[in-house]
Design a protein. Structure first.
Length: 331
């Protein structure tokens, strides 16, 4: 019926990305969350720059509040993210440039302390985020890769597993649904990790989609991801109209306003994404679908890419869009 939230219609978890400060302050946003989601991910509150803002200083306040909020409301809390080049604070770069042995030790103590603190409270982690190049299927040459080699990935998974053996551990990346070379690179890495008994249990595919990414390509890619046997998380779903260049972060504004026809097409695409997930990912591997911002008021896309777009399922007045109903239909 019309008043059922997404989580009530879905057979797998439905999540939203949140900022704890906003969740606590904004009751309209809070009711959207509580009506629709049974999983949450922090947009930024659990990244390294938030948790370890300075040398030898940990700031657990926001993560603690997220744990508290998730427990009081029976939500699964997804940990995003342990190792990410863009989430790495400046002080870590500085120390690592003087001493790369230190970086390897820091990776270990950071993960053990962080994952250990929330053992049993954070259900799953994006252990490594965006470790591959946008094009070409090679490892991304981040600080972590350059100083520690590709072993930083296996090690990060091992440390996280030691700290919480029950937690699901994901590798997470973007464009995997459209960039076949990148997907193949990631799939090869997964095979190698599994051959080495590295405790990876999930693949996160961000799904920052664009209207012109062909459904058939998305479906084919998801089929390949599911063939790994890993749990599959559509971890950061949104669907934009305008083009943006992922490598430069610059936006190309093609649409200056949104029409009813565009909103219907977007609804169709959201429906198809839900269908693809249901049809191509075996039930036992369905970890869930998470929206990366769920209102056009709050979407990260506009400030980040300097665009005006309408990528989410709620409009800027916090009313459900056709996209909301389309997605629900696809569940
Ligand atoms: C974004 C947040 O939404 C923004 O608020 C922040 O300024 C930058 O990071 N891929 C990811 C997410 O894995 O962590 C990013 O989140 C969006 C792209």
């Amino acid at each position: 019926s019309d008043d059922k939230g997404l989580k009530e219609v879905s057979s797998f978890p439905i999540g939203g990305a949140v900022e704890i400060r906003q969740v606590l302050q904004d009751s309209s946003l809070r009711s959207i969350i509580l009506n629709n989601f049974n999983s949450i991910t922090a947009t930024s509150d659990m990244k390294m720059y938030a948790i370890a803002p300075r040398d030898s200083v940990y700031n657990w306040d926001k993560a603690d509040s997220l744990v508290d909020f998730s427990q009081r409301n029976d939500l699964r809390l997804f940990g995003h993210t342990l190792v990410w080049h863009s989430g790495t604070p400046r002080w870590v770069f500085q120390k690592a440039s003087e001493d790369s042995v230190w970086l390897g030790n820091f990776l270990k103590t950071y993960i053990q302390e962080y994952v250990g603190r929330y053992k049993g409270k954070v259900a799953a982690w994006d252990v490594v985020n965006e470790g591959f190049d946008t094009q070409g299927g090679e490892y991304r040459e981040t600080l972590w890769y350059n100083k520690l080699g590709k072993e930083y990935i296996a090690n990060a998974f091992r440390y996280a597993h030691e700290a919480d053996p029950e937690a699901d551990l994901f590798y997470n990346d973007f464009n995997l649904e459209r960039d076949t070379a990148k997907l193949n690179g990631v799939l090869k890495m997964i095979e190698e990790l599994k051959a080495d008994n590295v405790p990876i249990t999930g693949l996160g595919v961000q799904m920052h989609l664009r209207m012109d990414i062909p459904d058939s390509l998305i479906r084919e890619s998801v089929r390949k991801m599911a063939a790994t046997g890993l749990k599959i998380h559509f971890s950061e779903l949104d669907i934009i109209f305008n083009r943006h260049d992922d490598t430069r972060g610059g936006g190309e504004q093609l649409y200056s306003r949104v029409t009813p026809e565009m909103l219907e097409e977007q609804a169709q695409k959201y429906e198809t994404v839900a269908q693809i997930y249901r049809e191509e990912v075996p039930e036992a591997q369905q970890f869930g679908i998470t929206f990366w911002d769920f209102t056009d008021r709050d979407t990260w896309i506009n400030p980040f890419f300097d665009l005006k777009d309408w990528p989410t399922i709620y409009d800027s007045e916090l009313q459900p869009k056709p996209a909301y109903y389309g997605f629900r239909k696809g569940l």
